[in-house]
Design a binder for this molecule. Structure first.
Ligand code: DGL
Length: 266
Protein backbone atom coordinates (compact mmCIF):
# COMPACT_ATOMS: atom_id res chain seq x y z
CA UNK A 1 0.00 0.00 0.00
CA UNK A 2 1.21 3.53 -0.78
CA UNK A 3 -0.90 6.51 0.25
CA UNK A 4 1.21 9.19 -1.38
CA UNK A 5 -0.67 11.20 -4.03
CA UNK A 6 -0.29 10.83 -7.79
CA UNK A 7 1.03 13.87 -9.65
CA UNK A 8 -0.96 14.77 -12.76
CA UNK A 9 -0.12 17.53 -15.22
CA UNK A 10 -1.40 19.21 -18.32
CA UNK A 11 -0.97 22.51 -20.11
CA UNK A 12 -4.37 23.54 -18.76
CA UNK A 13 -7.65 21.95 -17.85
CA UNK A 14 -7.65 19.08 -20.39
CA UNK A 15 -5.86 16.74 -17.98
CA UNK A 16 -8.82 17.07 -15.61
CA UNK A 17 -10.54 14.55 -17.90
CA UNK A 18 -7.89 12.02 -16.82
CA UNK A 19 -8.41 12.94 -13.16
CA UNK A 20 -12.13 12.39 -13.59
CA UNK A 21 -11.37 8.93 -14.99
CA UNK A 22 -8.89 8.29 -12.17
CA UNK A 23 -11.60 9.07 -9.61
CA UNK A 24 -13.92 6.66 -11.40
CA UNK A 25 -11.49 3.75 -11.80
CA UNK A 26 -9.35 4.24 -8.66
CA UNK A 27 -11.47 6.13 -6.10
CA UNK A 28 -8.96 5.62 -3.28
CA UNK A 29 -6.20 7.49 -5.11
CA UNK A 30 -5.45 11.15 -4.33
CA UNK A 31 -3.96 13.65 -6.75
CA UNK A 32 -1.89 16.77 -6.99
CA UNK A 33 -2.82 18.35 -10.32
CA UNK A 34 -0.92 21.09 -12.09
CA UNK A 35 -2.53 22.90 -15.03
CA UNK A 36 -0.24 25.42 -16.70
CA UNK A 37 -3.12 27.75 -17.57
CA UNK A 38 -0.85 30.80 -17.85
CA UNK A 39 1.18 29.22 -20.66
CA UNK A 40 -1.41 27.12 -22.48
CA UNK A 41 -1.58 26.05 -25.28
CA UNK A 42 1.60 23.98 -25.46
CA UNK A 43 0.68 22.40 -28.78
CA UNK A 44 1.77 25.36 -30.87
CA UNK A 45 5.10 25.84 -29.04
CA UNK A 46 8.57 24.54 -29.90
CA UNK A 47 9.80 21.18 -28.56
CA UNK A 48 12.45 22.98 -26.40
CA UNK A 49 9.83 25.14 -24.72
CA UNK A 50 7.50 22.19 -24.11
CA UNK A 51 10.34 20.18 -22.51
CA UNK A 52 11.33 23.16 -20.35
CA UNK A 53 7.79 23.80 -19.06
CA UNK A 54 7.08 20.10 -18.46
CA UNK A 55 10.35 19.65 -16.56
CA UNK A 56 9.51 22.55 -14.23
CA UNK A 57 6.14 21.00 -13.42
CA UNK A 58 7.47 17.49 -12.91
CA UNK A 59 10.28 18.83 -10.68
CA UNK A 60 7.59 20.43 -8.54
CA UNK A 61 5.37 17.34 -8.41
CA UNK A 62 8.30 15.07 -7.54
CA UNK A 63 9.34 17.48 -4.76
CA UNK A 64 5.80 17.05 -3.35
CA UNK A 65 6.53 13.36 -2.73
CA UNK A 66 4.24 11.92 -5.37
CA UNK A 67 4.42 8.17 -6.00
CA UNK A 68 3.70 8.33 -9.72
CA UNK A 69 3.46 11.00 -12.41
CA UNK A 70 0.70 10.91 -15.02
CA UNK A 71 1.46 13.12 -18.00
CA UNK A 72 -2.18 13.86 -18.87
CA UNK A 73 -1.12 15.74 -21.97
CA UNK A 74 -0.37 14.21 -25.36
CA UNK A 75 1.86 17.11 -26.37
CA UNK A 76 4.11 16.72 -23.32
CA UNK A 77 4.06 12.94 -23.73
CA UNK A 78 5.08 13.23 -27.38
CA UNK A 79 7.90 15.70 -26.78
CA UNK A 80 9.15 15.24 -23.21
CA UNK A 81 8.33 11.77 -21.84
CA UNK A 82 11.73 10.25 -22.61
CA UNK A 83 13.71 13.10 -21.04
CA UNK A 84 11.45 13.13 -17.96
CA UNK A 85 11.93 9.40 -17.49
CA UNK A 86 15.70 9.85 -17.76
CA UNK A 87 15.58 12.63 -15.17
CA UNK A 88 13.53 10.57 -12.69
CA UNK A 89 14.28 6.89 -13.31
CA UNK A 90 13.00 5.80 -9.88
CA UNK A 91 9.45 7.14 -10.29
CA UNK A 92 6.90 5.61 -12.65
CA UNK A 93 6.14 8.34 -15.19
CA UNK A 94 3.40 7.39 -17.60
CA UNK A 95 2.18 9.17 -20.67
CA UNK A 96 -1.13 9.05 -22.46
CA UNK A 97 0.06 7.76 -25.83
CA UNK A 98 1.39 4.22 -25.22
CA UNK A 99 -1.73 2.96 -23.42
CA UNK A 100 -3.99 4.40 -26.12
CA UNK A 101 -2.00 2.86 -28.93
CA UNK A 102 -1.96 -0.52 -27.17
CA UNK A 103 -5.74 -0.48 -26.75
CA UNK A 104 -6.39 0.49 -30.37
CA UNK A 105 -4.14 -2.31 -31.67
CA UNK A 106 -5.54 -4.83 -29.17
CA UNK A 107 -9.04 -4.02 -30.45
CA UNK A 108 -7.90 -4.90 -33.97
CA UNK A 109 -8.44 -1.45 -35.50
CA UNK A 110 -7.02 -1.33 -39.01
CA UNK A 111 -7.86 2.15 -40.28
CA UNK A 112 -7.40 4.83 -37.68
CA UNK A 113 -7.76 8.61 -37.58
CA UNK A 114 -5.83 10.73 -35.07
CA UNK A 115 -6.64 14.30 -34.08
CA UNK A 116 -4.26 16.22 -31.81
CA UNK A 117 -2.29 19.43 -31.40
CA UNK A 118 0.22 20.63 -33.98
CA UNK A 119 3.19 19.51 -31.88
CA UNK A 120 1.79 15.99 -31.35
CA UNK A 121 0.89 15.55 -35.02
CA UNK A 122 4.28 17.01 -36.06
CA UNK A 123 6.08 14.39 -33.97
CA UNK A 124 4.09 11.60 -35.70
CA UNK A 125 4.33 9.71 -32.42
CA UNK A 126 0.91 8.09 -32.91
CA UNK A 127 1.72 6.94 -36.44
CA UNK A 128 5.12 5.55 -35.42
CA UNK A 129 3.82 3.82 -32.29
CA UNK A 130 0.79 2.29 -34.03
CA UNK A 131 2.89 0.99 -36.94
CA UNK A 132 5.50 -0.39 -34.53
CA UNK A 133 2.81 -2.62 -33.01
CA UNK A 134 0.96 -3.34 -36.26
CA UNK A 135 2.91 -2.62 -39.46
CA UNK A 136 -0.26 -3.11 -41.51
CA UNK A 137 -2.31 -0.43 -39.77
CA UNK A 138 -3.40 2.64 -41.77
CA UNK A 139 -3.09 5.91 -39.84
CA UNK A 140 -4.44 9.33 -40.88
CA UNK A 141 -3.65 12.36 -38.74
CA UNK A 142 -4.65 15.98 -38.57
CA UNK A 143 -3.95 18.86 -36.20
CA UNK A 144 -6.82 20.85 -34.67
CA UNK A 145 -4.94 23.76 -33.06
CA UNK A 146 -7.91 26.03 -32.25
CA UNK A 147 -9.75 23.51 -30.07
CA UNK A 148 -7.53 23.82 -26.95
CA UNK A 149 -7.71 27.64 -26.74
CA UNK A 150 -11.50 27.52 -27.20
CA UNK A 151 -11.85 24.96 -24.41
CA UNK A 152 -9.59 27.04 -22.15
CA UNK A 153 -11.78 30.05 -22.95
CA UNK A 154 -14.91 28.22 -21.79
CA UNK A 155 -16.43 27.83 -25.27
CA UNK A 156 -16.76 24.05 -25.18
CA UNK A 157 -20.54 23.88 -25.39
CA UNK A 158 -21.04 26.45 -28.13
CA UNK A 159 -21.86 26.54 -31.79
CA UNK A 160 -18.42 28.04 -32.43
CA UNK A 161 -16.88 24.84 -31.11
CA UNK A 162 -19.13 22.65 -33.24
CA UNK A 163 -18.19 24.69 -36.32
CA UNK A 164 -14.50 24.46 -35.40
CA UNK A 165 -14.69 20.68 -35.10
CA UNK A 166 -16.51 20.52 -38.43
CA UNK A 167 -13.92 22.79 -40.05
CA UNK A 168 -11.06 20.50 -39.07
CA UNK A 169 -12.81 17.18 -39.52
CA UNK A 170 -15.29 17.19 -42.40
CA UNK A 171 -12.82 16.65 -45.27
CA UNK A 172 -10.49 14.65 -43.05
CA UNK A 173 -13.24 12.11 -42.28
CA UNK A 174 -14.70 12.03 -45.80
CA UNK A 175 -11.38 11.69 -47.61
CA UNK A 176 -9.86 9.01 -45.39
CA UNK A 177 -12.79 6.76 -44.50
CA UNK A 178 -11.47 5.47 -41.16
CA UNK A 179 -13.69 3.72 -38.59
CA UNK A 180 -11.86 4.61 -35.40
CA UNK A 181 -10.70 7.99 -34.14
CA UNK A 182 -8.11 8.65 -31.44
CA UNK A 183 -8.75 11.80 -29.41
CA UNK A 184 -5.01 12.51 -29.17
CA UNK A 185 -5.35 15.48 -26.85
CA UNK A 186 -6.74 15.35 -23.33
CA UNK A 187 -8.87 18.42 -24.00
CA UNK A 188 -10.80 16.60 -26.73
CA UNK A 189 -13.05 14.36 -24.59
CA UNK A 190 -14.68 17.66 -23.63
CA UNK A 191 -15.72 18.18 -27.28
CA UNK A 192 -16.59 14.51 -27.93
CA UNK A 193 -20.29 15.35 -27.94
CA UNK A 194 -19.79 17.51 -31.03
CA UNK A 195 -17.75 14.79 -32.75
CA UNK A 196 -20.39 12.15 -31.95
CA UNK A 197 -23.15 14.38 -33.26
CA UNK A 198 -21.33 15.17 -36.51
CA UNK A 199 -19.83 11.70 -37.13
CA UNK A 200 -21.99 9.17 -35.26
CA UNK A 201 -20.39 6.15 -36.95
CA UNK A 202 -16.89 6.77 -35.62
CA UNK A 203 -15.66 4.76 -32.65
CA UNK A 204 -13.77 7.13 -30.33
CA UNK A 205 -10.67 6.30 -28.26
CA UNK A 206 -9.84 8.68 -25.43
CA UNK A 207 -6.20 9.03 -24.43
CA UNK A 208 -7.40 10.55 -21.13
CA UNK A 209 -9.10 7.34 -20.10
CA UNK A 210 -6.57 4.78 -21.36
CA UNK A 211 -3.74 6.21 -19.26
CA UNK A 212 -5.67 5.44 -16.07
CA UNK A 213 -5.93 1.75 -16.99
CA UNK A 214 -2.13 1.69 -17.29
CA UNK A 215 -1.70 3.56 -13.98
CA UNK A 216 -3.95 1.03 -12.30
CA UNK A 217 -1.95 -1.93 -13.66
CA UNK A 218 1.38 -0.43 -12.57
CA UNK A 219 0.17 0.50 -9.08
CA UNK A 220 -1.41 -2.86 -8.39
CA UNK A 221 1.58 -4.73 -9.91
CA UNK A 222 3.94 -2.89 -7.53
CA UNK A 223 1.61 -3.08 -4.53
CA UNK A 224 1.34 0.72 -4.52
CA UNK A 225 -2.43 1.25 -4.51
CA UNK A 226 -3.75 3.69 -1.91
CA UNK A 227 -6.20 2.80 0.81
CA UNK A 228 -7.81 5.13 3.34
CA UNK A 229 -5.53 8.08 2.52
CA UNK A 230 -6.46 11.31 4.31
CA UNK A 231 -4.78 13.52 1.74
CA UNK A 232 -7.13 16.03 0.08
CA UNK A 233 -6.82 16.41 -3.68
CA UNK A 234 -5.05 19.61 -4.65
CA UNK A 235 -5.33 21.49 -7.90
CA UNK A 236 -2.75 24.07 -8.90
CA UNK A 237 -2.98 26.44 -11.82
CA UNK A 238 -0.40 28.95 -13.04
CA UNK A 239 -3.22 31.38 -13.80
CA UNK A 240 -6.47 31.21 -11.89
CA UNK A 241 -8.88 31.39 -14.81
CA UNK A 242 -12.61 31.39 -14.17
CA UNK A 243 -12.89 28.47 -16.56
CA UNK A 244 -10.44 26.34 -14.61
CA UNK A 245 -12.46 26.97 -11.46
CA UNK A 246 -15.76 26.32 -13.25
CA UNK A 247 -14.43 23.10 -14.78
CA UNK A 248 -13.11 21.71 -11.49
CA UNK A 249 -16.43 22.64 -9.84
CA UNK A 250 -18.37 20.87 -12.54
CA UNK A 251 -16.23 17.73 -12.78
CA UNK A 252 -15.61 17.21 -9.08
CA UNK A 253 -18.74 18.60 -7.44
CA UNK A 254 -18.99 15.61 -5.13
CA UNK A 255 -15.36 15.52 -3.96
CA UNK A 256 -13.27 17.55 -1.58
CA UNK A 257 -10.69 19.65 -3.34
CA UNK A 258 -8.74 22.88 -3.12
CA UNK A 259 -7.49 25.08 -5.96
CA UNK A 260 -4.34 27.15 -5.55
CA UNK A 261 -2.54 29.61 -7.73
CA UNK A 262 1.08 28.57 -8.22
CA UNK A 263 3.63 29.99 -10.64
CA UNK A 264 6.72 27.92 -11.21
CA UNK A 265 9.93 29.89 -11.64
CA UNK A 266 12.74 28.83 -13.94
N1 DGL B 1 -4.18 18.58 -23.34
C1 DGL B 1 -3.00 18.83 -24.14
C2 DGL B 1 -2.73 17.62 -25.00
O1 DGL B 1 -3.19 16.54 -24.64
C3 DGL B 1 -3.15 20.11 -24.89
C4 DGL B 1 -1.86 20.69 -25.29
C5 DGL B 1 -1.89 22.16 -25.58
O2 DGL B 1 -1.84 22.93 -24.65
O3 DGL B 1 -1.91 22.54 -26.76
O4 DGL B 1 -2.02 17.67 -25.98
Amino acid sequence: MDNRPIGVLDSGLGGLTSVQELHRQLPEEKVIYYGDTARTPYGSKSPETIVKFATQIVDYLVARNTKMIIIACNTVTALALDSLRERYPAIPIIGVIEPTVEKVVADGCKKVGVIATKATIGSDVYGKSLRALDPGIEVHSTACPAIVPLVEDGLTDTEIMELTVKHYMDDFVKENGFDDLILGCTHYPLVAKHIRKLYPDLRLYSSSAEVVREASEILSGRDMLASGSEFTDRYYASDMSDNFIAMTDRLFADTDFKIHLLKLEE
